[in-house]
Design a protein. Structure first.
Length: 66
């Protein structure tokens, strides 16, 4: 049981040494991640649209038929 308490005490001591980011740094990183996700989603969506259109054109002779 002593080992568990010592482990917890050492964990708290180590966490006090950590350099935590400020709120502005966190928000800046979140913005970068969200913008990156949106840009990647748009690129993948456009690529999917073009590939499906090409597939449709090859097999039906029309670009994206229903």
């Amino acid at each position: 049981m002593k080992k568990i308490f010592r482990f917890c005490k050492e964990c708290v001591a180590e966490l006090k040494k950590v350099s935590w980011p400020s709120m502005s740094e966190v928000l800046s990183s979140v913005r970068v991640v969200i913008v990156s996700i949106v840009v990647l989603a748009l690129i993948l969506g456009a690529l999917d649209f073009l590939l499906m259109g090409g597939y449709s054109y090859v097999f039906t002779g029309k670009f994206l038929t229903n």
